[in-house]
Design a protein around this ligand. Structure first.
Ligand code: C2E
Ligand code: MG
Ligand code: MG
Ligand code: MG
Length: 288
């Protein structure tokens, strides 16, 4: 394994690779600084119950604001953090900030926050106690925390992962599989692992516009057969929403309802929707 984070191990093959590597070193250093000095932020994106149209919680999404340039997307800095050993620090910050933000914007509610967890965090021996410490510190009930992980956890040390997930779930924390259908699941893992929710990847929603209904309903049936609830990710249009409502699932998330929002904007959004006590039926009249 050739680290792309350190000088000296690169630019052996060609100059382009060298330039890219130098940029990555620079970027990794900047990321470390941001994590260590309050330079990171978090956006929350609402999750909506399909049967009532009500807000049920949020997904927390890491943000790395830049002073002069456009923000760097998590699709870039999360893999960078993983490669450069920054994931434990970034992951811990995200987890704590997510719980704090939920307590800030929705104290004494049953709204939950879903936090993306890298497989590297799950393999850390201190992970379970770190999560429990954060819950204690922020006084958030475990039922209000959900941990999202992608199917690549099944390509890792499955015994250890199963063990960690069992400990978390015994505490009441919910576990979900993110981007479901794009990765490495086998049905036997879905049966064996202590899970609560499958998040159907946005690509299956996009496919609904071109005959993808069969596979979409099959995924819902599979999830329900395994007694897992379903969150449909990435609903952008009324047309997509109509299909999704017809095909089922417990919750939806997507730009159609709200994009991920950082604190000031999120507070505004909540004020607007608090009038209907988080009931968004009026605004999205798709429920009876
Ligand atoms: P994800 O966990 O699947 O998060 C959903 C992504 O879809 C988010 O992108 C969100 O902004 C985007 N999204 C939500 N609704 C829609 C929609 O209607 N249409 C479209 N086109 N996109 C929508 P984002 O924030 O850029 O994050 C990308 C990925 O980066 C996440 O995918 C997740 O895998 C990773 N990520 C973000 N924050 C964290 C974090 O704190 N920890 C870890 N380990 N990964 C994170
Ligand atoms: Mg996610
Ligand atoms: Mg996802
Ligand atoms: Mg994704």
């Amino acid at each position: 394994y050739r680290s792309k984070c350190m000088r000296g191990t690169v630019s052996i093959y060609n100059d382009n690779w060298g330039v890219e590597a130098a940029e990555r070193v620079h970027l990794a250093q900047a990321l470390r600084n941001a994590i260590e000095s309050q330079g990171m932020d978090l956006a929350l994106q609402p999750l909506i119950a399909m049967n009532t149209g009500k807000l049920t919680g949020f997904e927390a999404l890491a943000r790395w604001p830049q002073t002069d340039n456009a923000p760097i997307s998590p699709g870039v800095f999360i893999p960078l953090a993983e490669e450069c050993g920054l994931m434990p620090m970034l992951g811990r910050w995200v987890l704590q900030r997510a719980c704090e933000m939920l307590q800030d914007v929705a104290p004494d509610s049953d709204l939950r926050v879903a936090v993306n967890i890298s497989v590297l965090q799950l393999l850390d021996v201190d992970f379970v106690s770190e999560v429990l410490d954060v819950l204690t510190l922020t006084e958030l009930p475990p039922e209000r925390l959900e941990l999202e992980m992608t199917e690549n956890v099944f390509a890792s040390d499955v015994e250890q992962i199963r063990n960690v997930l069992s400990q978390l779930r015994e505490q009441g924390i919910r576990i979900s599989i993110d981007d479901f259908g794009t990765g490495y699941s086998s049905i036997s893992y879905l049966l064996d692992f202590p899970l609560d929710t499958l998040k159907v990847d946005r690509s299956f929603v996009t496919a609904l516009n071109s005959g993808g209904e069969g596979i979409f309903s099959s995924i819902i049936a599979l999830a329900h057969g395994l007694e897992l609830s379903v969150i449909v990710e990435g609903v952008e249009t009324q047309k997509e929403l109509n299909s999704v409502i017809r095909l089922g699932g417990e919750e939806v998330q997507g730009f159609f309802f709200a994009k991920p929002m950082m604190l000031p904007e999120l507070e505004g959004w909540l004020i607007e929707h608090r009038d209907t006590s988080f009931d968004i039926k009026q605004k999205f009249p798709f429920v009876s």
